[in-house]
Each structure stands twice: as C-alpha cells, then as structure tokens.
Design a protein around this ligand. Structure first.
Ligand code: C2E
Ligand code: MG
Ligand code: MG
Ligand code: MG
Length: 288
C-alpha cells in the first residue's frame, strides 16, 4: 500500500512538473507572439518635483493586453522574458515606444525607462539608446534610464564605462528600488548615477515609534553626493509631508499623485500639473 501510494505521489509530481513545463512553454511562445502582434502597451506614472509641484518625468511601465488573460503585470512578464533572452528585443521595443510617446506630449517632461541587467549589459547598449533618441527625435536630456543594483553587480569596469558613456551622451541614469537588494552604499559613489529612487519599503510602518531615520539618512547621503532623490510609493498625505519636511527629497512618485495611466491619459495629468489655474499642483494632482 505504502509502495503504491509512493508511486502514486511520484506520478502525481511528474504530471505536475510536465504540466508546469508545458504551461511555461506556452507562455514563452505567447510572449514571442505578443511582441510580434504589438499586444504590449506602456502605462505611465508621474514623478512629481516637490519644489515646483509639477510633473518632471513619466515612468514607462509595461502591461500586456492578453487576448484571454486580460491585463498581465510586468512582474509576470519581465522575469520570463529575461530567462528566455527575449528581454533584449522586448526592451528595445519599450525604449523606442517610450521615447516616441514622450515626444507627443505637450510639455517637455522626461520619460523614465526601466532596463533589465541583460539589456544594460548588451555590447551595443549605447547605440540602442542613441538610435531610440534619433528615430524619436527626443533630446537625450529627456531620457532617464532606470537600472537596479543587480545591474551594477558584474563586470565593474565595463559597467563603469557604459554608465559614463550614457552619461556623456546626455542621458540620466537612475538607481531604482534602492534599499531592496544588496544596497551597498558604495554603489552611490562608485558609479556615475544622477538619481536614486528609494524603494517604498522604506515607508513601511513609519510613525512616531519608527521614524524616517533610515530614509532620511539615505536621502541626505545621496543628495550630498550630488544626486537627485526620489521616494517611490507615496500613498498618503502624511507620507508626503514626512518626506518633504527637510527638503532633501527632490521628487516623489506614488498612488497619491497618480496610478500608472495609459499614454493618452498623460495629457490630462500634464494639464492638471502644468495648467495655470492651479497653484497647488501637488494637491491638485493628488485629488484627481
Ligand atoms: P518599479 O520600476 O519599481 O515600478 C514601480 C512599481 O510600483 C510599479 O508596479 C507601480 O505601479 C508600483 N507603484 C507605484 N506607486 C505605488 C504606490 O503608491 N503603492 C504601491 N503599492 N505600488 C506603487 P508595476 O507597474 O507592476 O511594475 C513592477 C515592476 O516591474 C517595476 O518596478 C519594474 O521593476 C518592472 N517593470 C515594469 N515595466 C518594466 C519595463 O518596461 N522593463 C523592465 N525591465 N522592467 C519593468
Ligand atoms: Mg522603475
Ligand atoms: Mg522603482
Ligand atoms: Mg520599487
């Protein structure tokens, strides 16, 4: 009996595994097809400059309009695309699309594009970026590339060169999700980075007992090193007030201002942010 059960379990796992392998294979085929059929779309979420109260940048965030599954999150797409090696082609599409869409907006805001390590470590990353700027007509000064700490882990000399070349080309490099990964403070001064985005996990459970000491420390250090400082994931006015208090944080991003929206809706956000009728832009945006 025990033996039979054991065999049964083994067969069960074999089936589960075969099933997992099969659905993964289908997902991979589906992703390739989706890229060819333009089923991907970029949503945009604003970064608000805390001094002017205006939108400075819109971050491009990938969505997949799947014919059966509906809207698929990047969390379910990017890791698979990375493993398949599809991220290079997908990333190229994202970069060009983001530059082109940004060019159509009525205000000269910047666009931020997330780069996977594999994409950033391509030999010709500089040419990819130059080409996207050229075909779209977007000035380099309006493109921001968001990388994560995992992009800084390997090939240090190559990484340094690539960052310096991109910077010389006029593009800004932003370190995304700072504080979630390896979070070596040395990254902040060893690499030519222009911006740090402090992850929203730093905001968790902040109150009188657990003040913003850590966030403020990282923000001041980054500011002292000459970088702009962004705090991600601002959801409440209390959080906004806390991070704005000492003036080190230059920009904020989060649901308080806006969720990620479709490209066509960016115009409305820009109108609310840049329109002359509102003097309290930050508040106006967060109410809409
Ligand atoms: P990320 O670059 O750190 O983007 C911020 C994520 O936090 C977005 O999720 C955004 O919708 C979400 N978020 C923004 N404000 C708030 C807030 O106030 N509260 C909460 N709870 N969440 C907030 P999303 O769009 O699902 O993207 C998840 C991650 O997927 C991104 O994190 C980024 O790492 C990756 N990703 C998205 N688009 C791309 C892309 O085009 N290329 C690459 N390589 N990665 C991408
Ligand atoms: Mg990002
Ligand atoms: Mg982020
Ligand atoms: Mg994050």
């Amino acid at each position: 009996r025990a033996k039979a059960d054991g065999r049964g379990t083994y067969c069960f796992f074999r089936e589960e595994m075969a099933h997992a392998v099969e659905s993964r294979r289908i997902l991979e085929l589906d992703l390739r097809r989706a890229l060819a059929h333009e089923e991907f779309e970029l949503y945009y979420q604003p970064l608000v400059n805390l001094k002017t109260g205006r939108i400075s940048t819109c971050e491009a965030l990938l969505r997949w309009n799947h014919p059966v599954r509906g809207t698929v999150s990047p969390v379910d797409i990017i890791p698979v695309a990375e493993e398949m090696g599809l991220i290079v082609d997908l990333g190229r599409w994202i970069l060009r699309k983001a530059c082109m869409e940004c060019m159509r907006w009525p205000e000269a805001v910047s666009v931020a594009v997330n780069f996977s390590p594999q994409q950033f470590h391509q030999r010709d990353v500089l040419n990819e970026v130059r080409y996207a700027l050229e075909v779209s007509g977007l000035p380099a000064s309006r493109l921001e590339i968001e990388i994560t700490e995992s992009s800084l882990l390997r090939n240090t000399q190559w990484t340094l060169d690539a960052l310096s070349q991109l910077h010389s080309a006029g593009v800004r490099i932003s370190l995304d999700d700072f504080g979630t990964g390896y979070s070596s403070l040395s990254y902040l001064h060893n690499f030519p980075l222009q911006k740090v985005k402090i992850d929203r996990s730093f905001l968790e459970g902040i109150d009188a007992d657990r003040p913003l000491t850590l966030l403020r420390g990282v923000a001041r250090l980054s500011a002292d090193l000459g970088m702009s400082v962004v705090v991600e994931g601002i959801e409440t006015n209390e959080q906004l007030e806390l991070i704005s208090a000492d003036g080190t944080v230059t920009e904020a991003q989060g649901y308080l201002f806006s969720r990620p929206v479709q490209a066509t809706q960016v115009r409305q956000l820009l109108a609310a942010s840049h329109g002359s009728q509102s003097d309290a832009h930050v508040k106006a945006l967060s109410r809409s």
